[in-house]
Design a protein around this ligand. Sequence first.
Ligand code: MN
Ligand code: MN
Length: 365
Amino acid sequence: MSKVKEIQQYLRNTNVDAAFITTPDNVFYVTGFQSNPHERLLGVMVFKDAEPFIICPFMEIPDVKATGWAYEVVGHADTEDAWDIVLKAVQSRGALPTSITIEKSHLTVERLERMEQLFEGATFTRLDEQLNTMRNIKSEDELDNLRKAAALADYAIEVGCREIAEGKTELEILMAIEFEMKKKGAEKMAFDTMVLSGPKTASPHGTPGDRKIQQGDFILFDLGVVYNGYCSDITRTVAFGEPSEDMRKIYETVRQAEQAAVDFVRPGVQAMAIDKAARDVIEDAGYGQYFTHRVGHGLGISVHEFPSVTGTNELALEEGMVFTIEPGIYHPEITGVRIEDDVVVTADGVEVLTKFPKELQIIQP
Ligand code: MN
Ligand code: MN
């Protein structure tokens, strides 16, 4: 069943007249049309009993048609009020909807106020959970794209390791990675590439800069690419020259924690048990206070999506769910280490999409 038909089925089951989906990632998921409209209005309206339509910037109509979208598409020029065009398209389908389901966690107050004006008296319900549930389980086609995105990310780490040299800056290494990714056909990076060295590895969300690589550094790469609209997200931490005993101990603890969590993945296990599997290893080694974030997050069209792999999520894993496993230890006086893989829940266990080695890689100066 197409995603549009699934939404229609949902509207019938819940007796809601229409769904208006406006976040670019969900528009792509439902329609196959990928766009970054910035502040301009992009959306797909699906009706319980009428044909859906896409509203997009006028200049993007040919791009919508090129995806094979089988229904109406209406465009708005920059000089027009996009909401007038939405209203006309809705009116042409008959009576105005009295109930509309929207993405409440994303739709801006400004947009909601316009919709309340246009559809006076209508009730607005949440569509967020329904879309998250649909996106939670990946199809074979989606998994293929995720596998290719992961393979490119593996190669990016390889490039990063090759580029490491005394005196090179984090940004120089980053630039070489992204250049190579574009050459390999990655549409874009999934998020800002992270190359952190030395003491900077102790910041989970650090910013690469002009720090020069030195012997004895750990270098942390966290990166991902988008392939056919699907993201990868990998982290590897490697050594430049001989690391200290303390650094080795932290590395080995994270590696064991990561592997313990990966080995725990199978259908029926709760998301929180995956977090616990990694956290127990780190706590037992005495580094519990330095593991300051959840163990992972869902991955797909968005680089962060559902399911969230936290210590409190009771959700039972199902075949086809995709998420990251990325424990870390961030010790301000010694080093930071994070290791991150992308995994799929299979019928009887786990498939690890990212394959770059996890044994400590020591790059010789
Ligand atoms: Mn990451
Ligand atoms: Mn991640």
